[in-house]
Structures are given as C-alpha cells and as structure tokens.
Write a protein that binds this ligand. Structure first.
Ligand SMILES: [Zn+2]
Length: 452
C-alpha cells in the first residue's frame, strides 16, 4: 500500500473509543502516522492534496488492541493476520526477548505489515517450570526479584509478566520495582491467590485464575507445574460450576480488585474452547472453527492445517464426555460469564485479550469473538470496544499514543461496514484498516500472506 502523507476519512460515524456516544457524520484528517484533526464533516475542511476515503454509511473505531498474545514461535508469527482482523496493537505476555525484539523490528522496519508490538519478555517464575512452557518462561531466585525487574526494564520491556509459581511476597516486591521503573505488571496467578494479587499491586490479572481463591476446601491445586496445560486448565472446571457467583465471597473478591484498581483480562475465548468442543454456542465461531469458517480458505495452508488440528484435538478430548460432565461444564461456563459480568458491574476494569495462539485461537480474528463474549458477560457493545481500545492504552500508560481517535494519537483506525454498537459482531465487517497512517484492505493482506 502506498503511504499517504495526507489522508481524510469523510462522512463516517465516529466511535472514538472513549465510550462517548457516536458522532456523525465526521471527518478525520490523518497526516503521516497521526490523527491531525477530527470534527463534524460540515465544518472540518479536507486539506488540499489529501487522499479521501468515503466513509458515508460506515463506522470508524480505533484500531483494536489484543492485551494477551504470544508471538513466540516463527511458524506462528503472522503479523498480517492481526492487521487483517483490525488489531493494530498487541501485548505479548510471554516470549523470549530476542524473539519479540526481532518481531517488533520486522514490523517497524516495514519488512512485514503488522500491529504495534508491546511485550513483557519472558514470564517470570520463582518455582518449578512446566516443561512445555519453559520456552516462554524465565526462572529466578526470589532474592533477585529487583535485579530481574531492572534487567527487563533496561532491556526496554513495556510491562512485567508474573506467572503461576510467583508468591504474594515476591509479587509485591516485583510490583514495587516495576512501578518504580514505570512498568505495569500482568499476572497469571496461582500461588498468589485471588485478591492477594491486587494487594501486591498487580495491574491486570490474566484469565479467570483470580477466582481460584474461591475453590472449595480440598480442591486447591498445590503443584500446577506437574500438570500439562490441559489438566491445569481443567482444574477450574471441576468446581467453578458449583460456585454461587452472587455470594458474599465473590463480592469481597470484586471489592478487593476494584479498590486496588486491578484490571481483569479474562481471555474468555480461551475458556470457550471447552463448551465449543461439545458443540455449544459460544459466539460466532465462523472465523475460528474450521467446520464453519469463512476464513480457512483465505489462510495460508500451514495455519489452516494447525487450526483444523487444534479443533480436532478439542473435539476428540470432549468426545465421550458423560451428560453429567457436560452439565458441569455448562454450569462452569455460565459462571465464568457471570463472574466477569459481575466484576464489570461492580466497577472493575475489563480488558480484551485472547491468549492466541493457545488452543484454537486465531491471531486477530478471535478477538472479535472475545468482544462478543464480553457482551454476553454483560458489557454493552460500546463498553466492549472500550475494553479493546482506550482501556488497554490506559493500562499500558499509552493513553496519549493510541486507543482513542483524537488529534495527536496514532492513526490506527477501522472502517466498518456496519454499526458495532448495534451488534458487536459487526467488528468483523471490516472495510479498511488504517495502522499508523497506512491503509490496508483485509483481503489483500490475507492474499499476501497466502502468497508468502
Ligand atoms: Zn498467555
């Protein structure tokens, strides 16, 4: 795509990412990689020499942010997929520094079209590593907590990722040092239970492990590193269905998180893989389920093959499940949605992330289903959009850089053919993606990826 020094999108309805009511019709002026002006179409002149995109009848939102990805392995590194799905920024929450630095350099040099990449470097563990995830992790001695954080800060990370075995005391020290270095802390918790993460100063709790605090007596899992991820993931499912999401204990947990300003990035699409495997409705899977997808023929063969394999694995694991087991799983899934919705209603900050390429999650496209599931959990479509735009930018300390459409912000925008506030599934109807001022058409990006 040619770079446009001056670009104007004229006549669209603006959903600017702040959560304000839509404004229509507007003109958005872009100069190089920034938004230079936003205003009512009638009173905002288009600068001479601009390339004009006709936005009439269409909807403009900020580019989406996926707050939980891993771009770890070369064979799964497809930055074009994110852009084709309108994801213009990703936060990598666990990968080795050499890899993520190289990926970022490939995008920033223009060698690969892709999203802005922020990263934490490796997931920090103070206990035994699960061997299958060792490639994403770094084990450290608790006595060296501050030195570890300093080393990552010096290497230029955008945040810190604490993992399963980090204890509350260590988490507190890590957060204090990270905050002193201006870095937010993200945690996939286990040894640090529930609201202990909030007290330690963690900025975002990942997945729904924070609710692990509510596990009934006898269900606590002492040594998660001894389990493979499928078994580990299964731990929550064994008891979550019996939880009462309206109980006092749940509300105390919400209160602890809300009082500390700790965000929740539930990665619902990750949990949805289980009910999806028994054929339940967990949102419009037409982008990530190979039995239904419109995307599969448009993907490079290797990605398509992996996707088919991952879904087949999930379905095989679910085959033969008893009716009682299915019933328990459905209750657990309903409770996961209820807990996320309850946290949101209690005033908690929800972030949108997918954990791609975990299980059968497609880079970029699965974020659309995450937004759909957040709406099922109780966010409005507009709030779901904020969870994938302004909130992530705030949590990363980048509010002035991206996440909303305003003068001075990065020119990261989606032009949609239908109103996402009327139906969140309309975030899939992408006409064009503008990433740092460069205009892309999703079909052309996918065609380029297939050809490469
Ligand atoms: Zn992850």
């Amino acid at each position: 795509m040619p770079e446009n020094p001056k670009l104007a999108v004229v006549g669209a309805t603006l959903i600017d990412g702040t959560g304000r009511p839509p404004l229509t019709p507007v003109t958005v002026i872009i100069e190089a990689d920034r938004v230079a002006g936003v205003g009512p179409a009638a009173t905002t002149p288009v600068p001479a020499g601009s390339t004009v995109i006709d936005g009439r009848g269409r909807f403009l939102t900020p580019g989406l942010v996926d707050m939980h990805v891993h771009v770890h392995t070369p064979e799964k590194w497809h930055p074009e997929l994110f852009l084709a799905a309108g994801v213009t920024t990703v936060l990598d929450l666990g990968g080795q520094l050499d890899d993520v630095v190289a990926y970022r350099a490939a995008v920033e040099s223009g060698a690969r079209p892709g999203p802005r990449i922020l990263f934490t470097g490796p997931m920090l563990e103070e206990g035994e590593l699960y061997p299958g995830f060792a490639g994403f992790c770094r084990r450290f001695a608790a006595a060296r907590t501050e030195a570890e954080i300093d080393a990552l800060a010096d290497a230029g990370v955008d945040g810190i990722k604490l993992y399963v075995t980090v204890r509350a005391d260590t988490a507190r020290r890590a957060c204090a040092r990270a905050h002193a270095r201006g870095l937010p802390v993200f945690m996939h918790q286990h040894a640090t239970r529930g609201a202990e993460a909030a007290l330690a100063g963690v900025d975002s709790v990942e997945h729904v492990n924070v609710f692990g605090q509510l596990a009934p007596a006898g269900f606590w899992l002492a040594e998660p590193a001894k389990l493979n991820p499928f078994e580990y993931g299964g731990w929550l499912w064994r008891w979550l269905g019996d939880l009462d999401p309206r109980s006092d204990a749940v509300h105390r947990l919400y209160d602890g998180l809300v009082a500390a300003g700790t965000a929740l990035d539930p990665t619902l699409v990750l949990y949805a893989a289980r009910p999806a495997a028994i054929g339940d409705d967990v949102g419009d899977t037409s982008m990530d389920d190979p039995e239904r997808t419109k995307l599969l023929p448009r993907l490079p063969a290797a990605i398509g093959k992996e996707l088919v394999g991952r879904w087949a694995e999930r379905r095989a694991a679910a085959r033969g499940a008893s009716e009682a087991a299915k019933h328990r799983m459905r209750r657990a899934w309903d409770n996961i949605l209820a807990l996320v919705g309850g946290f949101h209603r209690a005033g908690g900050m929800v972030l949108a992330g997918t954990d791609c390429p975990n299980v059968a999650i497609v880079s970029g496209f699965s974020l659309h289903r995450e937004l759909e599931l957040l709406v099922r959990a109780g966010l409005s479509p507009s709030e779901a959009i904020v969870a994938a735009t302004r909130r992530p930018a705030e949590r990363l300390g980048k509010r002035q850089v991206f996440g909303t459409i305003a003068p001075g912000r990065a020119a990261d925008l989606l032009l949609l053919d239908a109103d996402p506030c009327a139906d969140i599934r309309n975030v899939r109807r992408i006409d064009r993606v503008i990433a740092r001022g460069v205009v892309y058409e999703p079909d052309a990006l996918l065609a380029g990826l297939r050809a490469s």
